[in-house]
Design a protein. Structure first.
Lengths: 210, 275
């Protein structure tokens, strides 16, 4: 029975993919209308996915609280905060209301930006601890990093106008070229994966990967 | 030298963290006023907006979040300020990040958008749309098939500005502000499919892959992190929080370089000692 369902799902996937693909190439009004509907369904599914995410989060952490699992107070804190945001949002009718904005500015902003800002301290400590020129490759990486830092901060040009210029050359010729090669590789990989999905060779989207 | 090295060996984290804290805090309290050189990626964005004519439509992707606001929000403010100075240019704000409406409304308030322009005539806020790339694709294909109302629940049909805006063909430019791979969405859905000009405002970590598209001529410009915002503030003559932060960033970069040099000086010394 599972095999039948998988074949049906595979057929739906194939038809939907071909509609979107041909719509991109042909610009036919009927095809366009069907493709737009399919695309808008994806948006609706995306919105439902948010709800499912919230549901599974409540379920998982609710279970952790009821079983008094290790670190359960954090689960309680998470669900409490979530509830506070949901209630405030629903009661005020908007996430841009002054009340919602206040709790967002007082809770989310300081926590998120502090966590992100801590990276600066970890990078500083790592620069001293780990970035050693143990090989010629590491030395090249180290020198390039120094020039790029001088390119990105105004202090580089103040020390010497040559520093950001060298950084710019590394950026334009080495970094951009390498990144473009990487992006083309990713593009070809995505294309191959897309084709595998369309012809039903890729089982993961259908929940069949074992 | 030995004493300093011993202090570093024993308490290197504390010393480094204190040095970094001072290099960030002192310039914010006592600004040095280092010059801010303008990069061509920033000029690309500035020239594109400067070239907009009355009736042109600018779509601004407001995918800012609390974690990245220090880097991206100053860019966003500077761009909106520039767009709102251009007479007759229509601005559409939209986001596929959940926090987008909060930052969009905050920015509109900060630049006094509601006081200086007419909502629905000069600008529209479409809010957050779920579905990631499908949301962007939907906006590019047919806005009305995807959305019936704006962020505040007003029917799109009642907004005069939206009368002739239906697909990405009607967008003159798209500027997306983000920190993740979702910048690619507009490139895939607006530039590749409709040829709409696309530019980005990004965090530093996201710049390298976008730069590959810039050198290929597929995007018209990039605002690179806080430095991009500072450059834009200089260009539009509206010094803000980014310009203030550049001195701090410069000193922090200098500290990183000093730490790299110090680390390798000790490493070479040890290596020679072993030899």
């Amino acid at each position: 029975m599972a095999g039948v369902w998988r074949r049906i799902a595979s057929a739906i996937l194939l038809i939907a993919s071909l509609v979107i693909l041909f719509d991109f190439a042909l610009r036919n009004p009927t095809l366009q209308s069907v493709a737009t509907d399919l695309n808008n369904w994806a948006v609706v599914v995306g919105a439902f996915a948010l709800g499912i995410g919230a549901y599974s989060l409540i379920l998982r952490h609710g279970r952790m609280i009821s079983k008094r699992s290790p670190l359960w107070p954090y689960s309680l804190l998470l669900l409490g905060t979530m509830l506070a945001f949901i209630v405030t949002g629903l009661a005020t009718g908007s996430i841009t209301s002054p009340q919602y904005n206040w709790i967002y500015t007082a809770i989310i902003m300081p926590i998120s930006s502090s966590l992100y800002g801590m990276n600066a301290f970890f990078i500083a400590s790592a620069s001293y601890r780990a970035f050693k020129a143990k090989s010629w490759e590491a030395l090249v990486l180290l020198v390039a990093a120094i020039f790029l830092m001088f390119k990105n901060a105004p202090i580089g040009g103040v020390i010497s106008p040559i520093l950001p210029q060298i950084g710019g050359i590394i950026w334009d010729f080495a970094a951009a070229t390498g990144m473009r090669a990487l992006l083309i590789g990713i593009g070809i990989g995505t294309l191959a994966l897309g084709l595998r999905v369309i012809v039903g060779q890729e089982k993961t989207p259908l929940g069949g990967a074992e | 030298m030995m004493a300093f090295r011993d202090i570093l060996r024993r308490n290197y984290k504390q010393v480094i963290y204190l040095a970094l804290f001072l290099s960030l805090a002192v310039p914010l309290i006592y600004p040095i006023g280092l010059p801010v050189p303008i990069q061509r990626t920033t000029m690309g964005v500035y020239n594109k907006i400067e070239g907009l004519k009355p009736g042109d439509v600018a779509v601004v992707g407001s995918n800012i979040g609390a974690a990245i606001y220090a880097e991206v929000y100053p860019q966003y403010i500077a761009i909106l300020e520039h767009l709102f100075r251009k007479d007759g240019v229509k601005v559409i704000l939209v986001g596929h990040g959940q926090e987008a409406p909060i930052w969009a409304e905050r920015a509109l308030g900060e630049i006094n958008a509601y006081g200086r322009k007419t909502y629905g005539v000069d600008f529209v806020h479409l809010g957050y749309i779920a579905g990631e790339e499908a949301a962007v694709a939907g906006l590019c294909r047919d806005i009305r098939a995807l959305l019936k109302v704006d962020y505040k629940g007003r029917a799109l049909a009642d907004l005069p500005m939206m009368k002739n805006i239906n697909t990405a063909k009607d967008f003159t430019i798209v500027l997306d502000f983000t920190a993740s791979a979702d910048s690619q969405y507009w490139l895939n859905q607006a530039y590749a499919a409709y040829g709409t000009a696309v530019g980005f405002g990004l965090t530093a970590i996201k710049v390298p892959d976008a730069y590959a598209y810039y050198t290929a001529g597929q995007i018209f410009g990039i605002l690179e992190s806080l430095s991009g915002a500072a450059q834009y503030e200089v260009l539009i003559r509206r010094p803000g929080m980014a310009a203030k932060g550049m001195d701090a960033q410069s000193l922090a970069h200098l500290l990183y370089v000093a730490l790299l040099v110090l680390c390798n000086a000790f490493f070479i010394r040890e290596w020679r000692g072993k030899k």
